[in-house]
Write a protein that binds this ligand. Sequence first.
Ligand code: SF4
Ligand code: SF4
Length: 457
Amino acid sequence: MNKPQAASMYESAKKIYPREIGGRFDRLSKIATTTLLGLFYIIPWLQWDERQAVLFDLPARKFYLIGLTLWPQDFPYLALLLIIAALSLFFFTALAGRLWCGFACPQTVWTEAFIWMEQFTEGTRSQRMKLDKAPWSLTKFRKKASKQFLWITFSMWTGFTFVGYFTDIRQLGLDILSFSVGGWTLFWGLFYGFATYGNAGYMREQVCKYMCPYARFQSAMFDKDTLIISYDERRGEPRGGRKRSVDPKEAGLGDCIDCQLCVQVCPTGIDIREGLQYECIACAACIDACDSIMDKMNYPRGLVRYTTEHSVQNEATHVLRPRMFVYATLLLILCGALVTSMTMRTPVILDVIRDRNSLYRELPDDIIENIYTLKVINQSNAARDFVLSVTGLEGISIDGVGEPLSVDGGGVLSLPVRVRADRENAFGISNIEFVVTAKDDESVFVVEDSRFLGPTP
Ligand code: SF4
Ligand code: SF4
């Protein structure tokens, strides 16, 4: 007796050959892709004040953002910035649907660039399909090798650029040319390059469908007033082929001629006529495709269009709705908090570390001495002179620091200091304050508390 065979639950992904289509949204997508990729590849080469304008210098724990230098102490600003970015994404998703996915997501943008290279080397959709089915020949090898050459070069350049955001890109270029790149730098460059090659070259829509967490939870931000791309079923059905000269009403047909063009251009391989699907990245290619058909048939455009669920059901759409107010108010508050805190940020930081080896020293003439190490961090980009003082005890003074402290722009000065006070004023534990003030601007100062220890009374 034949044993029953277990049915496989696995279905391998079918390769999608998106058809090229022109149109208004295609132009928009090309502008977005070239602008965003251009920015990514150009930014690390820009200079500001004789240094890289944007550099996330992890070993030095400093982030340079044009004229701004962020230190580990500035982490709250970075956290706030990330919260604002996430909230903006929520706001725009609730308002305009998956605008981010369709036009600005790195996966979309790089996939688009890889498809351009594929079209350049292997031709149109039908030529690519034919080429893949054809047996290996010199022509097939030449086309496939050219594509791989472009893809790999572009991926390696992407990996190099990515690492260039974390280390001096000019020096990195010289290191590569002289074969003296560090192990980790090489690893991250190759890793990012390989990830770009795999995700944009082969994984493509599968990243959006199976790997992207945003695709999963964004439907929670959708409501019936969110902008979506939708097929107008009332107008399009019943679908069916017909000649251009045939009046669809007389033939009992809707406006959809069932040409499948909207399916062929879809980068995720779905049929928009089956309704809103989570695989749809809102790239609007199906709008361009369908509009071109409507033009040819002399039908009004918009059978597939940007709309809302309410609008499709002939109900009024509300742009201003409670969730939009909540997102907008939160965004305004957070942006206001970020701008205010950045403007009020003091560009100097002081760290005070008490010498743990000795509680205090008794000097001749009834003087008590405590030792500290001060770290003065100049967060501005130019060198600055600072004046150091100490308060909190009568007659307290700093020994041996008479001159202003000069600290380079973005530099740290580590300074051992001896603080002295008369014995009669220094019994027990006293709270004192170190004050560092910029010599050129008294409004720039920082105060740090510490303790001064003396003998027990
Ligand atoms: S259904 Fe249309 S908008 Fe959605 S991914 Fe496919 S082509 Fe793009
Ligand atoms: S492109 Fe337009 S007409 Fe053609 S199948 Fe799609 S919806 Fe119908």
